[in-house]
Design a binder for this molecule. Structure first.
Ligand code: RIB
Ligand code: CA
Length: 349
């Protein structure tokens, strides 16, 4: 009996002393309406590239902030400049499922309606890095179906590619591990107005039909809406800390954000896509509530508006339960963000 107790004690001591087993990196697909910094998609990618907890299986592009051509050219260039050319890039949808851009859209933010050819990214087009021949939707379906329950999608643009993948493969939704989405605005919570129309957030407004299909899919979703983006305000103080380091990433940030701060040192940029990216590494820094959420895809004043509530409501029968971010621990959040974007990039990864 004594010997059994001694063995148990020894085992307990050894277990306590052993270093925690390293967690395998989370497999992610980075789905993005990419554009060069200061665009938030690029600033989110820098965080992801500096985070060893994440393994970027691939990047899939979609029209949104700019045309698909610009998204492609810019992301290829960034991967080349940062030395991360082994990450494959797959081109996705050049336009939303149904939404046609209006005069309103051309006057406001975004080039998704335009299909404009790419202008040269700063520093010229990528010299050797090219798009994969497979398209984004095929790639999403194949990758997720080969590893069911293992792949998380970080969706930072209109949800067109994800909706098309669901359409192509009925088992796709059930096979995705998790979707972290930057999109929507919940008007029933603080800071829930829209940023493109009075109540619609840009990503959901660009492709409301896709947003509705994806939110109703049953995929476990963490939604990062404008309510939380409005708590994440990037200022010159953070910029100065980043550019104090000298790496390819911080040089890109300096060259592309620096002129803006020279003109207006008090400018504030909301960290939309960065909040969603940080969620993958440090979810404990971001407060969430569980809500039923749906998207209005009926043309009219609420086209693309997301609605959320703690309980289903009459007319909201399509709404699904998801984790909705509302606030964050700013000091820890920005400290982690800065630490990751100033890390030297692992060579050739
Ligand atoms: O509304 C903000 C979102 O729209 C961000 O993802 C931004 O990059 C644009 O896609
Ligand atoms: Ca985006």
């Amino acid at each position: 009996m004594q010997r059994v107790r001694a063995c148990a004690l020894l085992l307990a001591v050894l277990t306590a002393a052993a270093p925690a087993a390293a967690q395998p990196a989370q497999k992610i697909i980075f789905d993005t309406d990419f554009a060069f910094p200061p665009q938030d998609d690029a600033m989110a990618l820098f965080f992801v590239l500096g985070s060893p907890e994440l393994e970027v299986l691939g990047i899939t592009t979609v029209a949104g902030n700019r045309s698909l051509n610009i998204a492609n050219a810019d992301v290829l260039k960034i991967l080349e400049v940062t030395g991360r050319t082994t990450i494959p890039v797959y081109q996705g949808a050049a336009a939303p499922l149904m939404h046609q851009g209006s005069e309103w859209d051309t006057k406001r933010h975004g080039g998704w309606y335009a299909n404009e050819p790419s202008r040269e990214p700063p520093g010229g087009f990528a010299k050797t890095k090219t798009l994969e021949s497979q398209g984004a939707v095929d790639y999403l379906v194949k990758t997720v179906m080969q590893q069911p329950g293992q792949v998380t999608i970080l969706a930072l643009g209109p949800l067109t590619n994800i909706a098309m993948a669901m359409r192509m493969e009925p088992r796709f939704a059930a096979s995705v591990k998790q979707l972290v989405i930057m999109g929507g605005a919940i008007a029933s919570l603080v800071d829930g107005g829209g940023n493109h129309t009075p109540n619609a957030e840009f990503n959901f407004y660009v492709d409301p039909e896709a947003a509705q299909v994806v939110l109703r899919s049953g995929i476990p979703i963490v939604l990062s809406p404008l309510n939380v983006s409005r708590k994440a305000r990037f200022t010159k103080a953070s910029y100065d800390k980043i550019v104090a380091a000298d790496t390819p990433v911080t040089r890109l940030i300096r060259d592309n954000l620096g002129p803006g701060y020279k003109d207006r040192p008090d400018r504030i940029a909301l960290m939309y896509d960065q909040v969603a990216a940080v969620t993958l590494v440090a979810p404990q820094l971001i407060k969430t509530v569980e809500l039923y959420v749906d998207v209005d895809a009926n043309p009219g004043p609420n086209y693309g508006v997301s609605v959320g509530a703690p309980q289903p409501w009459p007319g909201g029968e399509g709404a699904r339960k998801m984790q909705v971010q509302t606030d964050l621990e700013w000091d820890k959040f920005i400290q982690l963000y800065i630490e990751r974007v100033t890390r030297p990039q692992p060579a050739g990864k």
